[in-house]
Design a protein around this ligand. Structure first.
Ligand code: AMP
Ligand code: ZN
Ligand code: FE
Ligand code: FE
Length: 273
């Protein structure tokens, strides 16, 4: 089975590289891509550990781009993780993630919700390559008892338009396509069903987008079929995966359930070989 979307503790996943390698083996995954948010820090470690279990790991990334004040997640695959332009871009993304988290934390304090995230900020030096994100604030709000679930933290405080929300500074989706191409990789627009509108797919296809993530736990069979048809019409490849964030992450565990069909992967493999 093939799964091209998953996270580790290098971003907001709960699984360490060692745990993820074991979970992949237990789920029967044979080809995997680690796609942490704005960091490639976990890829080598997962690859080494997965290889020992007969699992092939492809280099991956989930880059947060911004268009019309909305986050657009872009998946990159089979790029050179050492490409200097990409390395510098991702480092800048992580610096902005920290800035944003600090500003959002200040807003929470200002509205009377003084959560403690100091240990995360101080223990996460830039050289670790760890990408900070809002789930950390959500977990702190939950731990402090201000909300009763991660979803409530996003709904009431952290989501777009919420009282603690701070917008990010980021590249456009088209810029991300160009950058990942420069690094020798291909780009798929992640879970388009989660976007306010998926009208950006056509212009992005014009800008060189390679694929659409049709298979994702947030897509039902109708959505998946629609994105497959759209990909075929636009001459794009199809990608997919579980968007696994680890056990106890409070999110659907779709590893082994939402996978990419072998025939779609075969077409992708021709491009990334
Ligand atoms: P950030 O990377 O800081 O923009 O935080 C966004 C991440 O938070 C997403 O990639 C999801 O993993 C997670 N997230 C966003 N909305 C929710 C939600 N309503 N419930 C749980 N997790 C969420
Ligand atoms: Zn995530
Ligand atoms: Fe995403
Ligand atoms: Fe993801």
């Amino acid at each position: 089975m093939i799964d091209l979307h998953m996270h580790t503790t290098a971003s907001d996943g709960r699984s360490t590289p060692a745990a993820l390698a074991e979970q992949l083996a237990a789920a029967g995954i044979t080809i995997a891509a680690v796609t942490d948010h704005d960091t490639t820090a976990a890829i080598d470690d997962v690859r080494t550990r997965a290889r020992a279990r007969g699992i092939h790991v492809i280099s991956g990334i989930e880059i947060t781009a911004v268009q019309a004040s909305e986050d657009v997640h872009m998946l990159g695959y089979a790029f050179d993780p050492a490409h200097p332009g990409l390395v510098a871009f991702l480092a800048a993304q992580r610096v902005d993630r920290r800035r944003r988290l600090e500003e959002m934390h200040a807003r929470l304090v200002a509205i009377g919700l003084p959560v403690d995230i100091e240990s995360h900020l101080s223990s996460t030096k830039e050289k670790s390559g760890k990408a900070l994100g809002r789930p950390l604030l959500a977990a702190a709000l939950l731990k402090a008892g201000y909300v009763s679930s991660i979803a409530e933290a996003f709904d009431r405080y952290l989501g777009a338009g919420g009282p603690a929300f701070v917008s990010r500074r980021g590249a456009s989706p088209a810029d991300v396509v160009a950058l990942v191409h420069e690094a020798g990789g291909i780009v798929s627009v992640a879970h388009p069903g989660k976007l306010r509108s998926d009208a950006l797919i056509e212009p992005l296809a014009e800008a060189g987008l390679d694929a659409i993530e049709a298979y994702h736990p947030d897509h039902d069979t109708i959505a998946t079929a629609a994105y497959r048809a759209r990909a075929a019409r636009l001459g794009l490849l199809v990608t997919g995966g579980s968007d696994f964030h680890g056990r106890d992450s409070g999110r659907t565990d779709a590893m082994g359930r939402v996978t990419l069909p072998v025939s779609d992967f075969a077409r992708l493999a021709e491009r990334i070989a």
